[in-house]
Write a protein that binds this ligand. Structure first.
Ligand code: ATP
Ligand code: MG
Length: 450
């Protein structure tokens, strides 16, 4: 079926000048209603019954055409947010910059957006000095909506009227060529919304697409515009970048386009200064995250942040160790790294606290004497901290077998555990794990988060 659709598009190119879309009829593409969320179908039908135009658009259409499972479905309509709200009881208008409506049907939430107009036209458009769109709620038609979307492959519309796909921006050809192409002038579009640069690497990584040369060119140079985006929005983007199953590829592209620096300046500086262990640790955390998601296991932003900021923490700690005692250096470094990070991306407390605990436990896991090992085993964050420890070893840090000791300790019975702890006392101090950072800090003071 995919082949049929690709054959179709190679022989049907729309005229570049016209506002008319390329129309792919039902029998020439592979989108089947049974793969679309019933909630999205219901919303489109109801909008249609109420006399409005409504289409499935965005990632849903793109992913279905590629034969992938869409993560969510977006609807574009001629109805204004207020009109959408009147039709659906479970509707909530959200957003300021772009108003969108979340329509809840059963357990599903579908994003419904009103066709965008040309933003030069309306009194409701506000721009910053740098050309960034601050508020933009000018409505338009499907034609104006299409060119306001980011990438051509995200601007394909599916209609339930005759089940055809409408293409205004040559998106089908780009889909065929596996190319991510910004609609319009890339530099202008990045200025309007710098987050589009992050979206470019995210989609390229997730879809395995190449970024078209003119779309790619301005990114490194313009990446610093991300400083104008709110910490809260960037946190949301970080989650999408690293929790969508393609974290490893995304991380590589972010470094290539100097986007990593904008979001994580401390760690970027450490990596650029040659911290190969740190780079390997982040990479390993991305590989593990992707693997866990493939196995449908849970992943937490706390763990990812702990790994991404680890190189920054190590660097800061080393600097401070020259001036203050190791334990104080660690505590101060953690505080500094966190405060610097919060100026770039927010980290909600529910992730920040466990992240700190994972770090703190890295300093406590080496001291296992007496009842300490048993107590550590009971710590709510033990499992995450143990995984983090193994990851440090996997990425090349020499912790002198500390990971295997903890693996064995967890499997051992009471007698064996007692023996293991006793054996520790017999080892001479030279066999203790070498640390890059502080010597054993006092555990209790360290486990507190500020
Ligand atoms: P995903 O699979 O991550 O959901 P998506 O393409 O559906 O990918 P969304 O963030 O859900 O991405 O956005 C839906 C659609 O809205 C996009 O496909 C795109 O057409 C449009 N869009 C989203 N964000 C922007 C943006 N910053 N600038 C322009 N268009 C955007
Ligand atoms: Mg989407």
């Amino acid at each position: 079926m995919l082949k049929r659709f690709f054959n179709f598009i190679s022989s049907h190119q729309p005229s570049k000048q016209s506002n008319l879309p390329l129309v792919i009829p039902r029998d020439q593409h592979n989108i089947s209603r049974k793969n679309i969320s019933p909630a999205a179908i219901k919303i489109i039908k109801q909008l249609d019954d109420a006399g409005f135009k409504a289409y499935l658009v965005g990632g849903g259409v793109r992913d279905l055409l590629l034969g992938n499972h869409p993560k969510d479905f977006d609807v574009a309509t001629s109805a204004t947010p207020e009109e959408v709200k009147r039709i659906f009881r479970g509707a909530r208008i959200i957003g300021r910059r772009f108003q969108i409506v979340h329509v809840r049907i059963g357990r599903e939430i579908i994003e419904v957006t009103t066709f965008r107009g040309h933003h030069d036209e309306g009194p409701t458009t506000t721009r910053s000095d740098e050309g960034m769109l601050l508020r933009d709620n000018v409505y338009g038609s499907i034609e104006t909506d299409a060119v306001r979307r980011d990438f051509s492959v995200n601007a394909l519309y599916y209609t339930l009227k005759d089940f055809s796909v409408l293409d205004y921006c040559n998106g089908l050809e780009d889909l065929k060529q596996r190319t991510l192409r910004m609609i319009g002038d890339p530099a202008t579009r990045y200025k309007e919304d710098p987050v589009r640069m992050l979206r470019a690497v995210r989609f390229a990584a997730k879809l395995g697409f190449k970024i078209e040369v003119n779309t790619a060119k301005p990114i490194s140079e313009m990446s610093s515009l991300l400083a104008n985006i709110s910490e809260a929005r960037l946190f949301e983007e970080v989650l999408k970048l690293f929790l969508s199953g393609s974290a490893t590829a995304t991380f590589h592209l972010m470094r290539e386009y100097d986007l990593f620096k904008q979001l994580f300046p401390g760690s970027d500086a450490a990596l650029k200064a040659g911290d190969s262990l740190g780079a390997a640790l982040i990479e390993q955390s991305m590989i593990n995250t992707d693997k866990r998601l493939r196995a449908e296991k849970t992943v937490t932003p706390a763990f990812i942040y702990a790994a991404i900021l680890w190189p920054a923490l190590q660097k800061e700690q080393q600097l401070l160790s020259a001036k203050i005692p190791p334990q104080a250096a660690y505590l101060q470094a953690a505080q500094n790294v966190i405060s610097q990070q919060l100026t770039r991306t927010s980290i909600p407390k529910r992730f920040l606290i466990p992240m700190r605990e994972i770090w703190d436990l890295q300093h406590r896991l080496p001291s296992r004497q007496g009842l300490r090992a048993l107590r550590l085993l009971d710590h709510a964050r033990f499992r995450a901290a143990y995984d983090f420890l193994l990851m440090r070893e996997d990425s090349g840090e020499d912790l002198q077998g500390l990971g295997s000791w903890w693996t064995a300790f967890q499997k051992a019975n009471d007698d064996e555990r007692e023996q293991m702890v006793e054996n520790l006392g017999k080892q001479n101090s030279s066999s203790k794990p070498r640390r890059r950072g502080p010597r054993k800090p006092k555990s209790d003071s360290i486990s507190k988060t500020e």
